[in-house]
Design a protein around this ligand. Sequence first.
Ligand code: GRG
Length: 293
Amino acid sequence: MNLKAYLGSRQRIIDRALDRYLPKDNVRPATIHKAMRYSLFAGGKRLRPILTLAAAEACGGKIAKALPLACAMECIHTYSLVHDDLPSMDNDDFRRGRPTCHKVFGDGIAVLAGDALLTIAFEIVSRAKPTPRYDMSILLREIAVAAGSQKLIAGQVADLEAEGQPIDRSGLRYIHEHKTAAILATSVRVGAMSANANSKQLNAITRFGRALGLAFQVIDDILDVTQTSEKLGKSAGKDIAAQKATYPALIGLDKSRVEAKRLTKQAHDALKIFGKKAGPLHALATYLLEREY
Ligand code: GRG
């Protein structure tokens, strides 16, 4: 499989759909639509929506049916980045290799652009076609819970509250599972749901998503220490500067690498039941988790 071509073609499909789903940037009030589009089309990897489409394919589904759900996950992810970058949160000037939304549009519009991206995600979900096992209420609930106060926001709260405080390994795992892995796991779960996955398939996809999400975050922690800002497309070394709870800070670089490898294996192992159809998911996991770190 040619991963570069695969990623490029999936990114184009997702970008075209997002462009259709979002109001054009001259629609009144133009500022908010410009700000939403500025962050959404800033060159993100489209990892979550690509995972949604690949999970649908692993379960024998079609990408067209998974597309609205995939785009909704990217809107939620982008909202979380826009808000996370605000001065009152992580206070970051660069994201996806360019100035953050609030640096360009101001704090007020950046807050509203995040709100609007979160809201439009649900409008986009409403375009999805339910399947016999998963009706619209199941899809909406799945995504609302993942983005809500007991998952994504819970992780962010725990992260904010942990700054400068002692934290143990289970506390750190809680942050990563909620802040990062929940959205990644839901991204693959809704792909599986769009393919009318049976419970065995959905359980396997969930195990894959959780292990991938956790491994992804452990590696993100490692890269913050080992890479330059240029390579990351965002400010490196920020975790240390902000006294953030991270795996390298807690257990050291070597043990963090061992943990990342263990989780990577877990992710691949979870895909066994899908056989050849999981080829793209294996390739994505390899691409994301087996970089140099
Ligand atoms: C504001 C509710 C709220 C939550 C914010 C997303 C987030 C939670 C914080 C951002 C900081 C961080 C380390 C998040 C973990 C997830 C992560 C590594 C995001 C970056 O994802 P990529 O690499 O980014 O997929 P692109 O830009 O390619 O989409």
